[in-house]
Design a protein around this ligand. Structure first.
Ligand SMILES: [Zn+2]
Length: 289
């Protein structure tokens, strides 16, 4: 317990035990997901599944604290796993090169204790929310935009879920790229991990945490379950059946176009102005806005 001696003074042995026995899924390994992964491993989580289908790019480095120039063009999940194992060689990391959509969301959440939302697309987020509510898995959400962010703990059957207050975006708006800074994703990831600690202590308040880093303000607003919510009230889970997604990363059958990069199992193709990223026999189209 030497590794956690200072933390035990703050959290106590019961909470530390719960942390070390939790099996966690992190959806997305970008600025939010990679920071969450680092914080969880340092906190003492021993078993993590991390899902992402993108590679590290130069334009990620200003906000993803665990990646360096040496990681460029590596799958984010692989660079992340390598980094996490340097922090704690005993941690069990399962990197999954994939997106989370209606074909796999249920399988991914089924056998974990807590799910972290590190996604950057509302439509994929609503699919993940449906799967978590359906299987009764706590979901710790954060969304960021510019110097603002919000975060929430979703406990199925207890609190409101994301579908209670978020709508899918139509194709035109869903593809907008939102900027942010070095600080914001890291700060929101810290709030998500604090929500995890609090959840393990029994916290179950239904509130949305609002962060304005420009003004250095944190506010909370009380939330209520929407009695017409198609996920947590009506249990219809419509996003697990049908969700239109046409931007970010989407699943494709095979590579096509001109190969522009190949190394250590990662291949990159340029096709009609978009990129196709392949790794581990799976290919995804990355739409360039
Ligand atoms: Zn709901």
């Amino acid at each position: 317990m030497d590794r956690f001696s200072r933390q035990l003074l703050a959290l106590g042995i019961d909470v530390q035990d719960r942390i070390m026995n939790a099996k966690v899924l992190i959806a997305g390994c970008g600025a939010l997901g990679s920071s969450i992964a680092e914080l969880l491993v340092r906190l003492g989580v021993k078993e993590l599944k991390i899902v992402d289908a993108d590679v590290v790019e130069l334009s990620n480095l200003h906000r993803t604290h665990i990646f360096t120039e040496k990681d460029i063009m590596k799958p984010k999940i692989i660079a992340c796993k390598e980094y996490l194992e340097k922090i704690n060689s005993e941690v069990k990391i399962e990197p999954i090169f994939d997106i989370i959509d209606e074909t796999n969301a249920e399988n991914l959440v089924k056998d974990v204790d807590v799910v972290f939302d590190g996604l950057d697309n509302v439509n994929y987020r609503l699919i993940l929310n449906d799967a978590c509510v359906k299987y009764g898995k706590p979901l710790i959400y954060a969304g960021i935009s510019g110097e603002y962010g919000n975060a929430k703990l979703v406990i199925p059957e207890k609190t409101s879920c994301l579908s209670c207050f978020l709508q899918p975006l139509d194709i035109r708006n869903a593809c907008d790229i939102i900027g942010t800074t070095t600080v914001v994703p890291n700060f929101l990831a810290s709030i998500q991990v604090q929500l995890f600690i609090n959840y393990l202590r029994g916290y179950s308040k239904d509130e949305l945490i609002l962060v304005d880093l420009k003004e250095l303000r944190i506010d909370k607003i009380n939330m209520n379950r929407n009695p017409k919510c198609e996920a947590c009230s009506l249990h219809e889970y419509k996003y697990l059946k049908n969700m239109e997604i046409n931007c970010g990363l989407t699943r494709v059958e095979k590579a096509e176009g001109d190969k522009i990069f190949s190394s250590n199992g990662t291949e990159l193709y340029k096709c009609n102005g978009d990129y196709i990223i392949c790794y581990n026999q799976k290919c995804f189209k990355k739409r360039i806005a």
